[in-house]
Ligand binder design. Structure first.
Ligand code: FES
Ligand code: FE
Length: 395
């Protein structure tokens, strides 16, 4: 079956129209732009926060940064998950400073020992036994909206969250061309084989842009291009609806040397075998789907020039349980990540240069990045001339 294309492959005609403008450099360096992005994107949209299976058993918690807020995700006594702003309702101390842990029964503030149950209710305030019930009831932890999908916990800080179906699920469907396609990987059932956290000295948008294009693939990804020969042509798999890049004829698996990987995941169709699919869920999730595993990236912007990426390699549960050596399998995308993030860091170095004040250009195989720039610019108020220079050149 010939995959449908999102747009016709641009055929460079050698005209000025072949080059489209990018965002200006200030959008990658200016802390005021970054603050607006946090508010209008990361605190307004659904954010993939933690892997649900990381919270094992009642009282297990993880803290995660969503926009400007620290959020606490907690497993309750019934096995459900709740999310709360990580802020004590007495005088505002951060409730949990650890990244993860397990409490026995309550979340206890280390300052004056107000305690909250696993559903966020205030259950004890020392030396104040007669706190009126109405007051106590109104001093519970502030809840955050939560959805579980594909084994991950998604959070939204907005008072009126956008439809999860119309945003997150629609993004995956739009890319894979079929709402059932991603279900065949049964990601919820997979087990964590490897996790690497990358601290990248680059603006989050550079990482998204890099993930969206493959113009760089032949230059910086020798292992990946060897395995997926069509990547050498410079068009990312994401460019086409439903298209997965075919493995090289002599590749036996998605591994660093093309050697055998593991068995095909049971739900996959023959058409999905020996192919690589990539999906971006804006603003912070990148997913790679291959026949025997899934590589799932969650990106957390820390500053205008710094982004933390947590990357999970997920396998059929019996693979890590058997003690199988995952090295050749996981090392392929670890190399790709390292190569990509080095390129992003190299680019970040120039974002403040006068040479990039009005930005750069997108060649035809990168034109879809312009959609991302327009998406950002439509949601993030442009800094006024008075406070941050030029507005987005891509709009
Ligand atoms: Fe938490 Fe006082 S600030 S108990
Ligand atoms: Fe890359």
């Amino acid at each position: 079956m010939t995959p449908a294309r999102t747009t016709a492959v641009p055929r460079p005609a050698g005209s000025a129209d072949d080059l489209l403008p990018t965002l200006p450099g200030s959008w990658y360096t200016d802390s005021r732009v970054f603050a607006r992005e946090r508010e209008h994107l990361f605190e307004a949209l659904w954010i993939c926060a933690v892997r649900a299976a990381d919270l094992e058993g009642p009282g297990a918690f993880r803290t995660v940064q969503v926009g400007r807020e620290s959020v606490l995700v907690v497993r309750d006594r019934d096995g459900g998950l709740g999310a709360f702003l990580n802020v004590c309702r007495h005088r505002g101390a951060r409730l949990c400073t650890e990244e993860s842990g397990t409490v026995r029964r309550t979340l206890r503030c280390p300052y004056h020992a107000w305690s909250y149950d696993l559903e966020g209710r205030l259950v004890a305030a020392p030396h104040f036994p007669r706190m009126p019930e109405a007051v106590r009831a109104g001093r519970g932890l502030v809840p955050v909206r939560l959805r579980e999908w594909l084994g991950y916990v998604w959070l939204c800080l907005a008072d009126e969250p956008p439809s999860f179906e119309d945003t997150v699920i629609a993004a995956v469907t739009e890319r894979l061309g079929d709402p059932a396609a991603v279900e065949r990987w049964d990601i919820e059932r997979l087990a964590l084989g490897r996790r690497v956290t990358y601290d990248v000295r680059a603006n989050w948008k550079l990482l998204v842009e890099n993930f969206m294009e493959c113009y760089h693939c032949a230059v910086i990804h020798p292992e990946l291009t060897g395995l997926l020969p069509e990547f050498a042509e410079g068009y990312a798999a994401q460019y086409f609806v439903g298209h997965g890049a075919a493995f090289a004829r002599d590749a036996r698996g998605f591994t660093v040397d093309g050697g055998a990987g593991f068995g095909r995941l049971p739900g996959l169709t023959a058409e999905q075998d020996r192919r690589y699919y990539a999906v971006t869920v804006r603003p912070q999730v990148f997913v790679n789907l291959v026949p025997d595993h899934v590589i799932w990236h969650r990106m957390f912007p820390v500053d205008a020039d710094r982004t933390v990426v947590e990357c999970d390699w997920l396998y059929a549960p019996e693979v890590p349980a058997s003690g199988a050596d995952l090295e050749r399998s996981a090392d392929l995308f670890h190399r790709v990540n390292t190569q990509d993030f080095a390129a992003c860091e190299r680019t970040q170095l120039s974002m403040g240069s006068r040479a990039y004040r009005t930005g750069g250009v997108l060649v035809p195989s990168e034109h879809h990045i312009g959609d991302f720039h327009r998406w950002v610019a439509a949601r993030v108020p442009a800094p006024g001339d008075a406070d941050a220079g030029t507005g987005p050149g891509a709009s």
